[in-house]
Write a new protein. Structure first.
Length: 179
């Protein structure tokens, strides 16, 4: 298995059947985008964390071998695995990604023009391949501890014509007006 750009130079250096997973696109998934912050508990304290960033990773999966039957077998097995698994189990995640949800796995398609551009960028050596999309999230920023609870709220307004000021103070839900 390899993750290199599958160009002529790379393909010519192979000496055994190889499945290549070429990451060719990383995009923010705006259909699942979340915004803002959410309050969570961390070590018994309330903290605010930014929402995770949903992303899509697009891979071009190709099989490389001197024997075309080996290529078909590799691609067929890969296609069966992608179709039969809707998610990538978190058991396969490195420890740094603990707590993230399982990534979604799907076959994807691109328009003929975009696919032609991709192959042109890879020296134009056309190969049968499978386009796979992985949808996952990147963690938001590190949590920020919440401040102390608000105990009172003071407001003050001034009438510009008379310069008379008035204010109010709210403590524990009770408003007191001054002026």
């Amino acid at each position: 298995m390899a993750f290199d750009p599958p160009d002529r130079e790379w393909g010519g250096s192979l000496n055994r059947p190889t499945l290549n997973l070429f990451l060719w696109s990383i995009n923010r998934n705006t259909e699942r985008d979340l915004a803002g912050q959410r309050a969570t508990q961390l070590d018994g304290r309330t903290v605010y964390a930014t929402a995770p960033v949903p992303i899509e990773l697009r891979y071009l999966v190709t099989a490389w071998s001197a024997d075309h039957e080996d290529e078909k077998q590799l691609l067929g097995s890969t296609l069966a695995a992608v179709v039969s698994h809707r998610t990538i189990s978190t058991d396969h995640y490195p420890q740094e990604l603990d707590g993230l949800p399982a990534a979604e796995l799907a076959l994807s398609g691109t328009g003929a023009e975009q696919q032609a551009d991709l192959w042109n960028a890879l020296d134009g050596q056309l190969k049968p391949g499978i386009q796979v999309t992985i949808r996952t999230v990147l963690p938001g920023e590190a949590p920020i501890p919440a401040g102390a609870p608000v105990e009172s709220l003071d407001t003050r307004v001034t009438d510009p014509a008379t310069s008379r000021a008035a204010g109010s103070r709210r403590v524990a839900g009770i408003a007191r007006f001054e002026g």
